[in-house]
Design a protein around this ligand. Structure first.
Ligand SMILES: [Zn+2]
Length: 142
């Protein structure tokens, strides 16, 4: 499933980054505009963002529309906002979540190339995300 998103092409990304997703906004360097794998990778992150957002939205709806939760209706916007912020917070705060998030995205990205890029992506995961995994451990997860 493709979730709502906006993709822009810009060179305003760090040198070792080809693409990045922040919430529903995807930024990809123009040199990778035709790289379906990078688009797929970032779309996985967009999906991760929306899935937490939907959970927050669901909790907000419960607070607003279920009479038993009526006294907590004031918290509905907080629940919705928290849902939409949760992916980013977990990504920044939890190495375990960040590893899962990136392995999921790289696994999807791998499907879009004819050559085997698992070693390259394992190295990316090892070198660029501040994770406590070796390249070999990352390779086994891909
Ligand atoms: Zn990623």
């Amino acid at each position: 499933m493709i979730y709502p998103h906006i993709t822009i092409y810009t060179d305003r990304l760090p040198a070792n980054v080809a693409g990045r997703a922040n919430g529903p906004l995807i930024r990809i360097k123009p040199a990778y505009k035709n790289d379906a794998g990078i688009h797929a990778h970032e779309l996985v992150h967009v999906a991760q963002f929306w899935r937490f957002g939907f959970v927050g939205f669901g909790v907000a709806a419960l607070l607003m529309f279920v009479p038993q939760f009526g006294e907590f209706a004031w918290a509905a916007p907080i629940a919705a906002a928290a849902g939409f912020g949760l992916h980013s917070i977990l990504y920044m705060a939890s190495k375990r979540y960040r590893l899962w998030s990136e392995v999921s995205a790289y696994k999807e990205q791998l499907k879009h190339y004819t050559d085997d890029r698992r070693q390259l992506f394992a190295w990316f995961i090892y070198a660029h995300y501040g994770l406590d995994v070796t390249q070999d451990e990352a390779f086994k997860l891909l």
